[in-house]
Design a protein around this ligand. Structure first.
Ligand SMILES: [Zn+2]
Length: 134
């Protein structure tokens, strides 16, 4: 069975190599759907009848709030990031272009340290999203 919890945060980014409007600094209300795969716990316990207690996802909310909410999500060598550093603004660095695809892959890898995550969906807009892994 799959269960999921959805989180939202606001952040800025740009795709410096993009040939269109996405090369400009802009923001998104990102939506992140975290999916967990597992069997329903049948043992008499506090989590009986659950795959995972949705309250356990609070570590992910805290991580997103601390690291990415109202941040500039950037690659290290970005000129806008240099300005943000000079102004002491919040930056979250990634090793790849900050596309929804790369953010989904990055969050999938990062959240494994909390608990096994099946997949991550990242919505940049209500109509555009990336799912990792496929
Ligand atoms: Zn964008």
């Amino acid at each position: 069975m799959l269960i999921a919890k959805t989180f939202e945060f606001d952040a800025a980014h740009r795709l410096s190599l993009h040939s269109g409007k996405c090369k400009n600094l802009h923001g998104h209300r990102y939506k992140v759907v975290v999916q967990i795969e597992g069997e329903i716990n049948q043992e008499p316990s506090a989590s009986c009848g659950m795959v995972k207690d949705f309250g356990d996802f609070s570590v992910i909310k805290s991580w997103l709030d601390e690291k990415m909410d109202h941040a500039y999500i950037s690659q290290k060598d970005d000129s806008i990031a240099a300005v943000c550093e000079k102004e002491w603004l919040k930056i979250y660095y990634m090793d790849a272009p900050t596309t929804a695809e790369n953010i989904a892959k990055h969050l999938h890898e990062t959240f494994q340290s909390f608990f096994p995550v099946h997949s991550i969906q990242v919505y940049e807009t209500p109509a555009t999203r990336a799912l990792y892994p496929w």
